[in-house]
Every structure is written in C-alpha cells, then in structure tokens.
Design a protein around this ligand. Sequence first.
Ligand code: FAD
Ligand code: OAA
Length: 322
Amino acid sequence: VCISKCLPQCSVTVIADKFTPNTTSDVAAGILIPHPYPDTPIGLQKRWFQETFSYLLTICNSAEAADAGIHLLSGWQICQTAPEEKFPFWADVVLGFRIMTEAELEKFPEHHFGQAFTTLKCDSQRYLRWLESRLRGLGHQMEDRKITDLWELHGHYDVIVNCSGLGARTLVGDSELYPVRGQVLKVQAPWVTHFIRVGDGSTYIYPGMCSVTLGGTRQKDDWRLSVDSTTSQDILNRCCTLEPSLKKAYGITEYVGLRPTRSAIRVEKEMLLRNGSQLPVVHNYGHGGGGFSVHWGTAQEATHLVEELIVPLQGSLAKAKL
Ligand SMILES: Cc1cc2nc3c(=O)[nH]c(=O)nc-3n(C[C@H](O)[C@H](O)[C@H](O)COP(=O)(O)OP(=O)(O)OC[C@H]3O[C@@H](n4cnc5c(N)ncnc54)[C@H](O)[C@@H]3O)c2cc1C
Ligand SMILES: O=C([O-])CC(=O)C(=O)O
C-alpha cells in the first residue's frame, strides 16, 4: 500500500501463501507500543514509530477509522518497581504520557510504578482487510502462491520486496531470524475499556473494537502453532489478577502466532546475482513483537529503497513491476 501510494507509477503484485485471516499479523493485539530491537539504532526506532503513529492517527481521525479498524486507547503500563528509564524514548510520540498517580496505582497492589498514556490500536483483521481492499481498489494484484526461491520471480518483476516475516528464514536463509511464540485469548468483556500492560509485556489486556485481547506468552524458538489450554488458563488467571472483572468474560477464543524475531529489523537493499543475471531485492522483515507499531515507518523506508532501484528504469517506457 505504501509503495502504491508513494510510487504510483509502479504496478504491485502481492504474492503470499497466507492472506488474512491466516497470517501472524492477524493474531496480533495490534497495539502501538514499541518493542526493543537491540541492534536497530534508537533514533531509527523512534522515527519508524513516530511515522506509524502519525499515519494511523490521521486515519483514526477520519471517516475511514471504523472500516480500517483503528481507534485510540488509553490505559496503564505497570511495573513492580520503577524502571531506570521512567520516560521511554517514545513518551512524546504517544498522547498524554504521564507517570501514574498513587490513586491509580491502588488498583494494582503488587505494582508500585506505572505510566499512563493514550495510544492507538488496530483491529488486526479489519486493518488487513482494509489494506487489501485499498490495493485491489487501485488495480493491484494478489496472488496466492508459495515462493521457494526468489529467482522464480526473475524476469517477471523489476524489483522484489521481501516481506515474508518468519518465512525469510528459509526463503533467504536468514538464520538470525527465530520465532517467539505468542498465545492470546480474545474475550467478550465490553465493560473493560482501559488497557493494562505489565512493563515486560508478559501480561496484557487490550480492549478492542470487537473483543478484548488477553496475553500473553513469549516463548523463544518454540514453533508450536497449536493452542496450549494450560497456557490459556494461565493467561486468564494472570489477567484476572490485574482486572478481576474478567472472571465474568465470555466468548473466549484462543490464538497462537510466531513473532518473526531478530536483533534488528532488516530493511535493506540487496542485489542478488546468479549466472550473470541480477535480481534487485528490498528486504523488510524481522519485526518481532512490534510489527504493527513500526509497520508504516519501515514500509516508507523500504519504499525509498525501491525508489532508488527503479531510478535506472525510469528512462524506459515500461511501468515498473514489483
Ligand atoms: C501473540 C502476538 C501478539 C502481537 N501483538 C502485537 C501488538 O500488539 N503490536 C505490535 O506492534 N505487534 C504485535 N505482534 C507482532 C506482529 O504480529 C508481527 O510483528 C507482525 O505480524 C509481522 O508481520 P509480517 O508481515 O512481517 O509477518 P506475517 O504477518 O507473518 O506475514 C508474512 C507473510 O509472508 C508470507 N510468506 C512467508 N514466506 C513465504 C513464501 N515463501 N512464499 C509466499 N509467501 C510467504 C506469509 O504467507 C504471510 O502472508 C504480535 C505478535 C503475536 C504473535
Ligand atoms: O507486548 C505487547 O503488549 C503486545 C505485543 O506486541 C506482543 O505480544 O508481541
């Protein structure tokens, strides 16, 4: 969508073996809170988060908000003790960031420090459907197909943009990429209207448009996509400790996703060479537990790289194909 918006001279084909509602992104709570990428400079992480926040806030303030599944959400991030950094780098990006008052903390007797702020939340499936419909509306293509080797695409497209998430581990042999398994519950509890997140991201409660997402787990190198019912009960117990009214939650469904994790998000150009031929690729994967939080910023970065690669094609009459 970002490429089609910024480079309208390009035609875009999205090739994937899974589309919504069957991707990792469909499982996400969709909250905008940055996640750490130790080897991505903080300045860049902040820029990507800021760009994503501004872009989604504009949609949120428009008539498109409900169709796109974007809404504002206020709440608390709580810690047992105060962290070294009371004001994180993203404090001035979210809205109304402040330290919680003693009165607010009374709700959480085991937590003695907290941050209150308003952020954005995407209803993952609605947002993905909306993105797809925008692409289709602009006349671009969707193709349901597994790619085993990027060279299959050689000769058919001018530039390949690799957004294959965890799939990049086999598709481009990136052994730095690993799964961090996450299990969440979606429940009906329309009376819960504030988010609550334990600072390390171990437990969270995110009210959304259609359900409340309860999490979570962070299981490194665990490839199991099946639901673990003991884990679901544990998630529910942890969330009920923070928000006892969730004992009355109903309509519980369970989901698992594998966060495509590496120490830095990979957004870079690569010119693949084989038998004297070139295949220009822009990588954009490895968003771990924060793909929603930085997706538009990284998409813009990838789009700039695509732009650099298509400059030499501009002279030709052909429309660039991606
Ligand atoms: C439980 C959980 C909760 C989360 N909550 C949040 C949150 O609240 N906020 C947040 O910011 N982030 C959250 N995340 C993280 C977020 O979901 C990920 O960062 C994001 O989904 C990654 O998106 P992606 O497009 O890179 O990968 P995916 O959504 O996995 O998409 C990859 C696509 O590539 C395709 N593909 C891969 N390999 C191939 C191939 N060889 N051939 C064809 N197609 C291929 C797949 O079919 C798929 O369509 C959460 C993740 C989990 C698991
Ligand atoms: O950590 C959170 O608050 C939600 C999330 O992004 C995840 O589970 O990956």
